[in-house]
Design a protein around this ligand. Structure first.
Ligand SMILES: CC(C)(COP(=O)(O)OP(=O)(O)OC[C@H]1O[C@@H](n2cnc3c(N)ncnc32)[C@H](O)[C@@H]1OP(=O)(O)O)[C@@H](O)C(=O)NCCC(=O)NCCS
Length: 165
């Protein structure tokens, strides 16, 4: 297991794709579920670049769609690791639309996801530390710690459901 510390820049990931009719609802806008899928993929790629391990998605924080993205536009996703815990890490994914004819860009979502690093047997494994070098990176990581505490608090609020009597 390589636990060499890495920088946030080492995980920086950008994905770009054109919105095709198959991705859209009858109004011609990309489906929210398709955006969520792309967010998960972009976040996972950034985390893989940090950990170089297998990963599972543990949590996706509240997600808001600020603007619709129409067929023919580009959807751009930018992801980077914000903070590393012990076997888990947080990634920020920013989503933008870009009109192909004008180049006009708008941010449409920001998402925070948590991934957990696992080995082939599914056991949790430690993730390499994140090099936090600037005041801005320290602020981002402090905010990530606060979000993590809130996630873990909420996790235990989910009522357990009996599926079979
Ligand atoms: C995510 C999962 C591994 C957590 O397992 P668990 O036994 O409940 O969690 P543990 O107490 O062992 O915690 C493991 C790590 O996950 C973190 N974690 C667990 N649940 C979390 C949540 N809801 N939000 C954020 N982090 C979480 C813990 O903080 C811990 O991180 P740390 O080692 O950095 O402190 C487990 O619930 C799971 O496998 N879920 C299904 C994942 C999945 O199928 N995802 C979709 C497809 S990839």
């Amino acid at each position: 297991m390589d636990l060499t510390p890495k920088r946030a820049a080492d995980s920086q990931t950008e994905m770009v794709q054109v919105v095709l009719p198959n991705d859209a609802n009858p109004l011609g806008f990309i489906l929210g579920g398709t955006v969520m899928h792309l967010i998960d993929i972009a976040g996972a790629i950034a985390c893989h670049r940090h950990t170089r391990t297998l990963l599972v998605t543990a949590a996706v924080d509240d997600l808001t769609f600020l603007h619709s993205i129409k067929v023919g536009d580009l959807i751009i996703l930018k992801a980077h690791v914000t903070c590393v815990f012990t076997t888990s890490l947080e990634v920020q994914v920013d989503v933008f639309s870009e009109e192909t004819l004008t180049g006009r860009r708008q941010q449409t979502s920001r998402a925070f996801l948590t991934f957990v690093a696992i080995d082939q047997a599914g056991a949790r494994v430690r993730v390499p530390p994140l090099l936090v070098e600037t005041d801005e990176e320290r602020r981002v990581c402090e905010e990530a710690h606060a979000r993590r505490a809130e996630r873990l608090r909420k996790k235990y609020e989910v009522p357990s459901t009996k599926y079979a009597e």
